[in-house]
Design a protein. Structure first.
Length: 334
């Protein structure tokens, strides 16, 4: 198949490009209506043209597009692609409000195209290994989750819309969508209660940016979870941030450190402790397919792990949690 990128404003989309090329598909070009520098950079890197319009994208005869443009416009891109029978893989999130959720649900229900979203955590080896451990009963009955995701802000690399919550969606919608999806993926249990707090104490130059978010949720069967994301990570830290996932069950406790130990071994690792044995590192398994290969299986009508319903569920839940959140802004003039 031929594929193109429509909206190129986040480096996440590079994974999709690389995977599509690796799977043997032809990269036709990049269209970014805002002319964001990343689009030109990737065009040079991959030796493809920068396209000037959606009509020129159609002229390439593409069957699939990837999209990592501004969050408020992604659903417009999805609906445009649907009208032309083009399958879509987007960066997350696809939508940032309830109207967007309704439009997304309508696209999925019409079933004209296949839809994917870059919920990359499902396809990360450490998270996949933890999922296997949970499914195999090694942790016993699951009781509690903690997700920690401090991020570097890297303001020089961000487009202007990123700093406005009304356009970006904010920490809960933009970042915690991974955690909300993993709660469902790990347990198959729905969220039945939630309390969320967004805080702004920093970055007066970005009045629309809330830099700290804490969410507590209750799942079915009284499983609890805490999710924390922020833009407070020191810029000198070795990676994008110090992401951690902790899961406690009746038989033991597992922890993923997505960036490894900055004072020890690098790279993601998974540790497990039970009631008999001291903490040990767990050998990490390779997932059976990449996110992109899984999406291509969906297009081909073959079994796949991430469904359009999963995508809609995750988008809808973070929009709902964010809409009910308490917002504390120490810089507000009100």
């Amino acid at each position: 198949m031929k594929f193109a990128i429509v909206g190129c404003q986040h480096y996440h989309i590079k994974t999709f490009i690389d995977d599509m090329i690796r799977e043997g598909h032809s990269f036709a070009g990049i269209y970014d209506p805002d002319g964001f520098p990343l689009a030109q950079q990737y065009a040079v890197t991959y030796g493809v043209p920068t396209l000037s319009s959606l009509e020129e994208v159609l002229d390439q005869g593409v069957s699939v597009i990837g999209s990592a443009g501004p969050n408020p416009g992604k659903i417009d891109v999805v609906e445009w692609a649907e009208r032309h029978d083009i399958h879509v893989m987007t960066d997350k999130p696809i939508v940032i409000d309830e109207n967007g959720v309704r439009r997304l649900r309508a696209v999925i229900d019409r079933k004209r195209i296949k839809l994917g979203m870059m919920l990359t955590a499902r396809f990360a080896p450490a998270q996949y290994t933890l999922k296997r451990m949970i499914d195999d009963g090694e942790l016993g009955e699951i009781e509690d989750f903690t997700f920690l995701k401090p991020h570097k802000l890297h303001p020089a690399t961000r487009p202007g819309w990123f700093f406005d919550k009304s356009l970006n969606g904010g920490l809960i919608v933009d970042l915690m969508i991974h955690d909300v999806d993993m709660l469902w993926w790990f347990t198959g249990k729905s969220i039945v209660g939630h309390h969320a707090l967004l805080v702004k104490n920093r970055f007066p130059e970005y009045p629309g940016l809330y830099e700290n978010a804490i969410v507590n949720v209750l799942l079915e069967d009284h499983i609890t979870a805490t999710m924390k994301s922020d833009w407070l990570m020191p810029e000198a830290f070795e990676s994008w941030g110090d992401g951690r996932i902790l899961v406690t069950g009746t038989k033991g406790r597992a922890e993923i450190r997505t960036s490894g130990d900055p004072l020890g071994e690098p790279g993601p690792f998974l540790a497990f402790t039970d009631h008999v044995n001291k903490t040990r590192r767990v050998d990490i398994l390779k997932p059976p397919a990449s996110l992109t290969a899984d999406f291509l299986a969906q297009i081909a009508g073959q079994p796949h792990r991430l469904t359009a319903d999963d995508v809609c569920r995750a988008n809808a839940m973070v929009v709902r949690i964010d809409g009910a959140s308490t917002k504390l802004n120490s810089m507000s003039l009100e």
